[in-house]
Design a protein around this ligand. Sequence first.
Ligand code: PEP
Ligand code: MN
Length: 337
Amino acid sequence: MIIVMKHKATQDDILQVASEVTRAGLMANVSEGAEITVIGVIGDKSRLNSDAINSLPCVDKIVSVTESYKLANKKFHPDPSVIEMSNCKIGGKELVVMAGPCAIESKEQLFESADAAKAGGAAILRGGAYKPRTSPYSFQGLEEEGLKFMQEAKARTGLSVVCEVTSIQAVNTAANYVDMLQIGARNMQNFELLKAAGKTKIPVLLKRGLCATIEEWLNAAEYIMSEGNPNVVLCERGIRTFETSTRNTLDISAIPVIKAKSHLPIIVDPSHASGKKEYIASLSKAAIAAGADGLMIEVHPNPKIALSDGPQSLNPEEFKVLMEELKIIASACNRTL
Ligand code: PEP
Ligand code: MN
């Protein structure tokens, strides 16, 4: 449930109500918004004297939250969350683009990709050091060596860096090198991994599982947040449907649905959604028009020789052209890029 405070409630009032909640052995999550302050309550509500709280002059009303996810719920945090990175903010007026290769293949390949990402106007460099490949015989990633290249690419360009982590050990290693941890689609319900990412305070990019409902996705975010890490960004990357002309089906409706149910920012990955570079521009434009807070796009200096996901990767020139086109859509949606 949430306790909605009256406009005139003071800091002392808020503290008093929050301590009432914690005294009863429940967790109080205070969200002070531009319009209203709400106190989200997590735990066994029968231990709380709700009638007494409801009758306090500083309390407007008590609303029950039926959804199983609480911290990720918009009712708990009515204002949109903005995730602060060192060089950008995700979830504000400015759209954030993450660009880079599917996999880090070498220092040279990563540096060329980083330069292309920067030249096109991306704020975050992506690149996989631990690759969750369908076949165990496919290139599995450079692991810690790749993370070191990422750190060097950051120093070279000033871009923030994001890397996927596929194990708890990788979380602990990557935490020393990157600005954002990515939990991939295949691990969206790897609860031990989610908890490990939640124990860090590093922003987490949580991709939607291949067959996950929006509710399951938000519960996965809840696993991270309930460990004390509120810095979660969601990424719609297409879901598996009967359609085979694209690698996955981009669920564009996930954007307004997430905006209605959660305060967390959401970005879209048109590369993994489509699997084909020809469709990336259309899907990117649709994502921005539908209200996404940014994009994740695979960019490779020479997609033809990429060790993974070449067919869905843009080359530097194509990325630059796309970014110019997206500026027009962004401005039509009252966003900047
Ligand atoms: C990726 O971004 O490199 C990736 C593997 O994506 P997904 O988890 O969405 O398949
Ligand atoms: Mn990929």
